[in-house]
Design a binder for this molecule. Structure first.
Ligand SMILES: Nc1ncnc2c1ncn2[C@@H]1O[C@H](COP(=O)(O)OP(=O)(O)OP(=O)(O)O)[C@@H](O)[C@H]1O
Ligand SMILES: [Mg+2]
Length: 286
């Protein structure tokens, strides 16, 4: 039997092997293998309906795989409940605290710290080191993320008053407070105006540094993925059609045929000053 992944052990290693997820007759994920080294950012891209979200759902335990294995630090997590996956440091993007529009940014973040502490109460039986944090530690942690993510001037604003982009930044800040070791981000820039989306490259980089976590990043924004990720995996109709470094994938005819061919203009402008080609880089109609 493999040992349980250690909550305090730094970024996690994720291994998805030969994963199949079927919904009735639809094979949404069709023998997908994807490995993420500890501390890496792996981008998962592909057309609408290619199975990206379903891969994240299988890793986070929201859907049951038909076959295949998901391992964190070598431990098979297939039998873990979603809340057990949280307790080993697996965090799925966009947290419940965003459901409280009347709360200020600061209170939202404090609430996230509380949520983490309440997980800590449950897991104090598992000897989690962060099970007990003082009120002062809590405030200090919130102050740090407010500074890191440039949220100071929004501190007292209600989350409902914020732009979509700033709400997403609050989401990222709350993710840091949840202390991820393996972070599953599903389209963090979806629905954001281009001007705000551009700021997400440095923000996600900061999140990666501050949180010291492995990240699986699902995004339609190809330049952002190529800029941030050490490895890119391209899916089409449930299968991996290309994977490798951004350079390798960018030159792979299979990746171009499956997805990137529609957005080669976007590839050319990869970088912080990308002129995002809405028509090419994002085929996400809905
Ligand atoms: N709960 C479900 N029941 C039935 N079919 C589903 C379910 N969830 C996803 N699917 C199907 O599985 C396939 C993959 O969907 P998935 O949402 O994983 O794609 P995606 O790559 O995330 O797409 P998008 O880029 O549009 O978010 C699609 O054909 C979708 O219709
Ligand atoms: Mg999706």
């Amino acid at each position: 039997m493999s040992t349980r992944p250690d909550r305090a052990a730094g970024p996690a290693r994720l291994e998805i092997d030969d994963l199949v997820v079927s919904f009735g007759g639809v094979r949404a994920v069709d023998h997908v293998t994807l490995h993420a080294e500890p501390g890496s950012i792996v981008g998962l891209i592909g057309p609408n309906g290619s199975g990206k979200t379903t891969v994240l759902d299988a890793v986070s335990g929201l859907v049951a795989p038909t076959s295949g294995a998901v391992r964190v630090d070598g431990a098979e997590v297939g039998d873990y409940l979603p809340e057990e996956r949280i307790s080993i440091g697996m965090v799925r993007s966009f947290q419940d605290c965003q459901l409280f529009p009347e709360l200020s940014v600061e209170d939202t973040l404090l609430l996230c710290e509380d949520a983490r502490r309440s997980v800590g109460v449950v897991s104090s039986t598992l000897q989690m080191p962060w099970a007990r944090r003082s009120e002062r530690d809590k405030r200090r942690a919130v102050d740090q993320v407010v500074t890191s993510f440039g949220l100071g001037r929004f501190r007292e604003h209600r989350t409902s008053e914020l732009s979509t982009g700033t709400r997403r930044v609050v989401d990222l800040a709350s993710i840091v407070l949840s202390g991820p070791r393996l972070l599953l981000l599903d389209e963090p820039t979806a629905g954001i105006a281009q001007r705000e989306a551009e700021a997400f490259i440095p923000l996600l980089r900061r999140l990666h540094e501050v949180a010291d976590t492995t990240i699986i990043l699902v995004e339609h924004d190809v330049p952002l993925v190529f800029e941030l990720c050490s490895e890119v995996v391209v899916m089409e109709t449930g299968q991996v059609v290309s994977s490798g470094s951004p350079d390798e994938v960018g030159r792979d005819p299979r990746a171009l045929a499956a997805y990137l061919g529609a957005s080669d203009e976007a590839l050319l402008v990869s970088g912080p000053t990308r002129a995002r080609a809405e028509s090419g880089g994002n085929d996400n109609g809905g």
